[in-house]
Design a protein around this ligand. Structure first.
Ligand SMILES: Cc1ncc(COP(=O)(O)O)c(C=O)c1O
Length: 376
């Protein structure tokens, strides 16, 4: 018997048409730079396969993932577009990279050698992307090491340096001096390789913020993550992100209601007594579904019957409570919008992030697998 778990009274809606819209807006804004959609972490929580298909339909030239597993899952779903794995992978995984035609990132000669062995075993040519650490200090060859690695790659009959790239640490603050410094390091590496006759055809540096805010960082490809999903890379690039629309809504239905007297408090810790008699609505999702536990203490609201309502007290693992004040119209089964729009009001993942001291990225990635995604 197949069981349909999608009937749970808490779900996410992902508008793949909005993903397409966002990719099209970005592609037009940064043309002729090629847009590659970053779909790691299950498409930032939105569903990697569905986002990948939407992005490719809208004109993305390729996809980026963080780990081999994510690339394999896309291939198994039938996606044939280029897929770049964004950091050098353990040598043991090189056969999978090659076997599934994933584009490896190389940052060391040892890493290149592992890909070379896998290429030889499979009898396949492999184009790698060589990553340079220009100042983020997370992943990549030091600028002085790049030539040696590129020469190793060139000397191998089955390998080629198809791409050269770097990653910015503060692209969301376009005026930060580190952006120019990193770009200077990167162009230095490009020039140095060119002097030795090595000219990788694909050059990329930009994430969403850099692609939209820093034309000098565009080169011929950009790795677009958060903007694909319609969220802000940071408040410093809000203007450059105009026209992008959040693609995910988080919704639920009221599962219980009760009147609670003034002076009584709600939820674990009984921290904040109600100032007047209120209708308290219970909503059946909690921090195990990705709603931050402290959202209620930081002024978080949900939308019910077209109005913003305060989350009352601590968000629990599977449920949260909402203070509907004296409004007796709220009843079991009413739709609750946690992230999204209802009655002309909108709550975004970025709003939750601002309240809880994080970024929208973490909020959408945190919408747990327990939440069924409905694709619209
Ligand atoms: C190497 C790399 N490139 C691109 C991106 C996409 O960044 P964004 O989501 O800010 O566009 C990421 C995401 O963290 C990344 O790690």
């Amino acid at each position: 018997m197949s069981i349909d778990f999608s009937q749970r009274w808490a779900w996410a809606e992902v508008h793949t048409g909005i993903i397409q819209h966002n990719i099209a807006v970005i592609a037009e804004r940064i043309a002729p730079t090629d847009v590659w959609a970053v779909v790691k972490a299950n498409g930032y929580g939105h569903g990697a396969v569905q986002v990948a298909e939407a992005a490719l339909t809208a004109g993305a030239g390729g996809l980026c993932v963080a780990i081999v597993d994510e690339g394999v899952a896309l291939r198994r779903a039938g996606i044939q577009a280029p897929i770049l794995v964004l950091s050098e992978q353990p040598a043991e995984l090189a056969p999978l990279l090659v076997g599934y035609a994933l584009t490896p990132t190389v940052a060391t000669t040892l890493g290149a050698a592992a890909v070379a062995t896998a290429a030889q075993d499979a009898g396949r040519e492999v184009g790698i992307h060589l990553k340079v650490d220009t100042g983020m200090h997370r992943m990549g060859a030091q600028p002085a090491e790049v030539l040696g690695i590129a020469q190793f790659v060139s000397s191998h009959p089955l390998l080629s340096t198809e791409g050269l790239y770097t990653h910015f640490a503060v692209a969301d603050e376009p005026a930060h001096e580190a952006n120019a410094r990193q770009l200077g390091q990167f162009t230095g590496v490009i020039d140095n390789l060119a002097e030795r006759g090595i000219t990788p055809p694909v050059i990329h540096a930009a994430n969403s913020a850099a692609a939209l805010a820093n034309p000098a960082a565009r080169f011929n490809m950009a790795r677009i993550g958060i903007a694909t999903y319609g969220l802000l890379p940071g408040n410093g690039v809000a203007h450059e992100c105009r026209g992008l629309i959040p693609a995910m809504s988080l919704k639920a239905r009221v599962s219980a209601v009760r009147w609670v007297e003034a002076g009584q408090a709600v939820s674990y810790g009984l921290r904040t007594p109600l100032t007047s008699q209120s209708l308290v609505a219970t909503v059946p999702l909690g921090y195990a579904d990705g709603v931050p536990r402290r959202l209620g203490h930081e002024g978080g609201h949900v939308l019910i019957n077209g109005a913003p309502r305060r989350i009352a007290g601590t968000v629990t693992m599977d449920q949260l409570m909402v203070d509907c004040g004296p409004d007796s119209s709220v009843s079991v089964g009413d739709e609750v919008v946690l992230i999204g729009t209802q009655g002309g009001h909108t709550v975004t993942a970025d709003d939750w992030a601002d309240l809880t001291g994080t970024i929208g990225y973490e909020i959408v990635c945190g919408v747990s697998p327990r939440i069924h995604r409905r694709y619209l």
